[in-house]
Design a protein around this ligand. Structure first.
Ligand code: V47
Ligand code: SF4
Length: 439
């Protein structure tokens, strides 16, 4: 039942503090909350959210006004409930994670994005570029590590269930870097080829659309030809970086040298046509307006209607330290959660919303599972982009950490590969956890 609009959070008039049947049933059920479940509380504190709920419940596609209503509302629990309904309809109580390793191959970049604390001019103090041999060694050590499932899962402690499993410890390498002025295209081709030869079972998620455009410039090849050569060399999918904010005027303010929004979208369009899955991101919490955020989400949704190639959306919380925007505060916890929720509600055609713990912080990422996110990304192991911008999150999480973050909120941890297929390291392990994935 709706309540009159109110801008300030206040006690919910008429809210029933005792759990409803829907509350009680939700954690135990994998069936999803459904779209027309009764409100689990006395109603929304803001009537704008009631209108969003009505459209959601009637499967009417949400629009710009709905997205703005979510971002502008103060009723955080109401927003979470709205987005969680969609999340549960799609994924039940499952939360995905993967065992991955990031490799940032170089921070040398020809661009000077205002928000970036990672890039350096070639030869400047703090600039680094990894040789192919260094990259191969890092990747091999990640793949050779004892299976993190058997090493870290409490359920597996003392058990040999995952020992000797044929699935490598790491199933994905996430490889990105700056736009280096003179590394030849062959460096990237050889990187993928060498990794595929050494680690044939590991998925190579590599190079943002910005890097792909840079390779095209370096090599004189068209985007399609660049991607084709990289696919032949072992490329498995593209990460979603470089989208920043797609609204042209704001994009010019924060990353004027970078490829245009249209080009970023076109590169993903081409990748999808060639059969690659990709992810998409949005960098928020700097100078952009709430309208920019919603326009960005709608641009992603429009491309997804056309291609279906985005697997996940990843909201990236701006970290200001050491960047040219270091005077800005960065997004608040409420802004983080509202952005996750708005994405889940608007991106009705993108299956997954990722709470990337490196940028959200581990605690907010955990809570984001109740605001629409169904994926915590992975073990990561080593990350430089956000940590050079002041991130306080750890460098790595163990599988034990990830599973605990998921289970503590009543969710079901599911290890996935890069294409969101469930990784079953051993039947016994799943049984031992007592948390069999549903569906
Ligand atoms: O492209 C740069 C952003 C991106 C800052 O695809 C910053 O699954 C915050 O794209 N504060 C790289 N963000 C990371 C990225 C990513 C991460 C995890 C998963 C996936 C995926 C993609 O980080 C860059 C840029 O958009 N970035 N500087 C900063 N100061
Ligand atoms: Fe270069 Fe990427 Fe940093 Fe921009 S965000 S300066 S393209 S490394």
């Amino acid at each position: 039942m709706p309540h009159p609009s109110s801008d300030a959070p206040s006690p919910r008039p008429g809210a029933d503090p005792s759990p409803t049947a829907a509350d009680a049933a939700a954690p135990a059920s994998c069936a999803g909350a459904g779209h027309d479940t009764p409100r689990p509380f006395g109603g929304f504190l803001e009537s704008a959210l009631e209108a969003v709920a009505a459209r959601r419940d009637n499967s009417i596609r949400l629009g710009k006004a709905d997205g703005l209503a979510v971002l502008r509302a103060a009723d955080l629990l109401g927003i979470g409930w709205l987005a969680n309904g969609v999340r549960e309809r799609l994924h039940g109580r499952r939360t995905y994670y993967n065992i991955n390793r990031h490799i940032d191959y170089s921070n040398v970049c020809v661009n000077h994005c205002e928000f970036c604390a990672f890039s350096r001019e070639k030869g400047a103090p703090g600039a680094w570029t990894r040789s192919l041999d260094e990259i191969f060694a890092l990747a091999e050590s990640a793949a050779a590590a004892a299976s993190p499932v058997s090493a870290c899962s409490p359920a597996a402690a003392g058990s040999s269930v995952a020992q000797g499993a044929s699935t490598p410890a790491v199933t994905e390498l996430h490889i990105v870097g700056g736009c280096h002025p003179d590394l030849p295209f062959e460096y990237y081709v050889q990187m993928l080829r060498g990794l595929r030869e050494r680690l044939p079972g590991v998925h190579l998620k590599a190079f943002t659309a910005v890097e792909i455009a840079h390779f095209a410039r370096l090599s004189g090849l068209k985007i399609e030809a660049v991607l084709t050569r990289l696919i032949e060399a072992g490329l498995g999918s593209l990460p979603g970086g470089g989208a920043e904010v797609l609204t042209p005027a704001t994009r010019r303010m924060i990353c004027g040298e970078k490829i245009s929004a249209r080009r970023w979208l076109n590169i993903h369009r081409t990748a999808h046509r060639l059969g690659l899955k990709t992810t998409c991101t949005m960098l928020y919490g700097h100078v952009e307006s709430l309208e920019d955020r919603i326009d960005h989400l709608l641009a992603l949704r429009a491309l997804q209607d056309e291609t279906g190639g985005f697997q996940a959306f990843v909201p990236l919380a701006f970290h200001p330290a050491h960047s040219r925007l270091s005077h800005l505060p960065g997004p608040s916890g409420a802004a983080d959660l509202k952005t996750v929720a708005a994405a889940r509600l608007l991106l009705d055609n993108i299956p997954h919303v990722k709470a990337y713990w490196v940028m959200l912080g581990v605690k907010t990422a955990q809570v984001a599972q109740s605001f629409g996110a169904d994926d915590l990304d992975g073990t990561v192991v080593e990350e430089t982009i956000t940590h050079m911008a002041g991130a306080q999150s750890p460098q790595a999480l163990t599988v034990k950490d990830l599973r605990r973050l998921i289970q503590e909120t009543g969710h079901i941890p599911v290890e996935r590969d890069s294409l969101y297929r469930e990784v079953r390291r051993s039947q016994k392990l799943a049984e031992a956890t007592g948390r069999r994935p549903c569906g």
